[in-house]
Design a protein around this ligand. Sequence first.
Ligand code: SAM
Length: 206
Amino acid sequence: MFHFKKSACLKCAVELGIPDVISNHGKPITLSDLISVLPIHPSKSAHIFRLMQFLANSGFFVENPQGYALTSAGQLLLKDEPFNVRAHIFLSCDPALLKPRNLLIEWFQNDGPSPFDTAYGNNLWDYSLTTFADVGGGTGKVAKAVAQNFPSIKCTVYDLAHVVANQKGAENLEFLVGDMFQSVPCANAILLKVTKDILSLNSDFL
Ligand SMILES: C[S@@+](CC[C@H](N)C(=O)[O-])C[C@H]1O[C@@H](n2cnc3c(N)ncnc32)[C@H](O)[C@@H]1O
């Protein structure tokens, strides 16, 4: 009945920054040192012990005489860990994904394709995709097609100045100058592709 508490505690610990605090401490951290740096109301201090016990029991932290340390699973919660699973934690605990889990009975009794569809009337991608960026998108052939066919999606073509500076955008299409090796636009979906035609054209020259 209470397995959902593991996910809730894990998300909370990541939001509070506990794994990064432990890692930055450089050695196991005592409960009082941990509490002293967490962004929590003083009236909740005593509850951090319960949170830590719960997550130690789940295998993310280990408690030894010197204090709390990260396990190898706990390392996957760090901001700077390239293979961290933080986005997955936030996604799996998102209220939008929790709603369908309460509708399994309705899904078994209707002809809908998924509990998500039962909750929202469309699939996850239609529901959550509102922004799209084509990085190195050239003159925007693909982004224009996406923008025209999906008016609710805000599309961005991101390329070097000499390629996009004079391109004309539309209501839901913009051309943005930038260097992908410095940064890329923020979007729900990022496209990084080379069309087959361009590849075969280049290979003709090789
Ligand atoms: C092979 S073309 C692919 C264009 C388009 N994605 C397609 O598939 O038709 C590579 C594109 O990447 C752009 N590009 C190259 N270096 C870039 C950089 N550092 N930042 C952004 N765009 C870059 C080029 O200007 C070019 O438009």
